[in-house]
Design a protein around this ligand. Structure first.
Ligand code: IDP
Ligand code: MG
Length: 152
């Protein structure tokens, strides 16, 4: 089986996750998978940033509620790095609708509502690059070796 290439992906623990006290639970699942946290912060998303971040959804019925939700309280933003990180993080996150997301995934285990579905995770290398640049400056990144770095 081919080893994946090292990727970076943006994760946002959405306001529902922060307000429910699930930052540790969510980040912990990614840490245990041996992905490396290379940047992280608690931050308010401005309406301008929300509209840029979710531009692909503009015009959809759920878009106004999505922008309202993501700007309603802080998000915990982090960049995770590892082999095939984008695909792995999406798999651990689970399907968009928590009511059909598989048990064992974060949304499947912990969420019920569709807009408040706990997490944003980049869906492609192009999205990841754009989204990481929207939330983080280059100076906010750290470099270090994880224990078990040979796998990650
Ligand atoms: P994703 O977060 O799994 O990538 P997207 O289709 O990119 O899902 O949608 C972005 C976000 O918009 C979702 O995470 C969810 O919060 C919200 N959303 C998507 N579809 C619906 C819907 O049908 N009703 C309400 N909210 C939705
Ligand atoms: Mg998406």
């Amino acid at each position: 089986m081919a080893e994946g290439t090292v990727e970076r992906t943006l994760v946002l623990v959405k306001p529902d996750g922060v307000r429910r006290g699930l930052v540790g639970e969510i980040v912990g699942r990614f840490e245990k998978k041996q992905l490396r946290i290379v940047a992280a912060k608690l931050t308010m998303v401005t309406t301008t940033t929300a509209e840029t971040h979710y531009a692909e959804h503009k015009g959809k019925p759920f878009y106004p509620g999505l922008v309202t939700h993501i700007t309603s309280a802080p998000v915990f933003a982090l960049v995770l790095e590892g082999k095939s990180a984008i695909t792995i993080v999406r798999a651990i996150t689970g399907a968009t609708n928590p009511q059909t997301a598989a048990p064992g995934t974060i949304r499947g285990d912990l969420a019920l509502g569709v807009t408040p579905n706990l997490i944003h995770a980049s869906d492609s290398p192009t999205s990841a690059e754009r989204e990481i640049a929207l939330f983080f400056e280059p100076s906010e990144f750290s470099q270090y070796d994880r224990v078990g770095a040979e796998y990650a």
